[in-house]
Design a protein around this ligand. Structure first.
Ligand code: NAD
Length: 329
């Protein structure tokens, strides 16, 4: 099997290169993102391997079918960036890595929360400059406070375990509650209303797009902390900025951003930033933005390579495709 591997970064090769050799799979690594312009690079390949900010729309999938591509291998969990229906109609399998290390993402969400709460990122900058003042760095005890968890799947559950360890009360919303977790579920409105910390762990779907927007921000407590490690489009950025300007949030941690494609994972330090919202967000002292790196641990990256190549093998050998994303609409 030959795979066209888009958006390659040096760390992708660490596990994919040796593991693909062992399996006799040939990978063509391209630094370019998958886009209309770069689709022809996949000519002669049986499959494409793409990441979170690559996309495949209907027209591109039609082109892939003509080239004889039979599988799209997502080396991530989310699949909102691929037209699943178009793939099904063209007989192309879409496979993903549903779970690699939920703890990696939950631990990172916790890091964002602790950082924006206790200002450790700013303290680091100050002490390096021998400014030992702690003015402006007062935080809040998490112990005894209420955390609202939106989405109690794999990552949400890992987050709940961690937050319970801090002695936090948990309130949660999920359209498919998991009664075995021993937590209290409530309506999404009440979760927004009653939480001191809100952490988003649901997938991006038409129902969850802009789940955080002016109306829901209005419901939240003043001084709430918001953490988003799921997908940027869960939050309407203009409304978040408005809320920040009105001092609604004590802290906001964002590992994802609605317009992150083409910016996150790239070094743009020499460029003029033409994204007004991103530029505005980065001026708030109580906002911490990271570059979609919640997954980025050795364990998770190794597991991503393993499962992606297992998925490729299954397609090649006609085995059961247990990680196939099916068109359910
Ligand atoms: P999961 O499928 O195990 O859990 C998702 C949960 O969300 C499920 O329980 C589902 O019932 C629930 N859900 C569905 N619709 C909902 C809605 N309208 N409101 C609230 N909950 C809803 O997924 P997971 O492994 O826990 O991953 C969650 C998300 O995290 C992924 O979809 C992905 O977007 C994101 N993610 C981010 C990173 C990162 O590096 N930052 C890495 C992996 C995953």
């Amino acid at each position: 099997m030959k795979i066209a591997f888009y958006s390659t970064k040096p760390y992708d090769r660490i596990y994919f290169e040796p593991m693909s050799r062992e399996r006799g799979i040939e990978i063509h690594f391209f630094e370019a993102a998958c886009s209309v312009e770069t689709i022809p690079l996949a000519n002669g390949c049986d499959a494409l391997c793409i990441f979170v900010n690559d996309y495949l729309n209907e027209a591109m999938i039609g082109q892939l079918a003509q080239m004889g591509v039979t599988a799209i291998l997502l080396r991530c969990a989310g699949f909102n960036n691929v037209d699943i229906r178009a793939a099904a109609q063209n007989g192309i399998h879409v496979l993903r890595v549903p779970s690699y290390s939920p703890e990696a993402v939950a631990e990172f969400a916790t890091a964002l929360l602790l950082t924006v709460n206790r200002h450790t990122h700013r303290a680091f900058m100050r002490t390096r400059d021998f400014n030992m003042s702690i003015n402006g760095f007062m935080g809040t005890d998490l112990h005894g406070k209420t955390a609202g968890v939106i989405g109690t799947g794999r990552i949400g559950q890992a987050m709940i375990r961690i937050l319970k360890g801090f002695g936090m009360e948990i309130t949660a919303y999920d359209p498919y509650p998991n009664e075995s977790l021993g937590i209290t579920y409530d309506t999404i409105e009440n979760v927004f209303r009653n939480s001191d910390v809100i952490t988003l762990h649901c997938p991006l779907t038409p129902e969850t797009k802009h789940i955080v927007q002016a109306k829901t921000i209005e419901l939240m407590k003043d001084g709430v902390y918001l953490i988003n490690t799921s997908r940027g489009d869960l939050v309407r950025t203009e409304d978040l900025i408005e809320g920040l300007l009105h001092k609604k949030f004590a802290g906001v941690g964002l590992d994802v951003y609605d317009e992150e494609g083409g910016v996150f994972y790239e070094d743009r330090s020499n460029d003029i930033i033409d994204d007004e919202n991103l530029a505005r967000l980065s001026t708030f002292p109580n906002v911490l933005i990271t570059s979609h790196m919640g997954f980025f641990t050795k364990e998770a990256v190794r597991a991503i390579a393993e499962v992606t190549l297992e998925n490729a093998d299954a397609v090649q050998k006609g085995l059961e495709l247990k990680n196939e994303v099916l068109d359910t609409n």
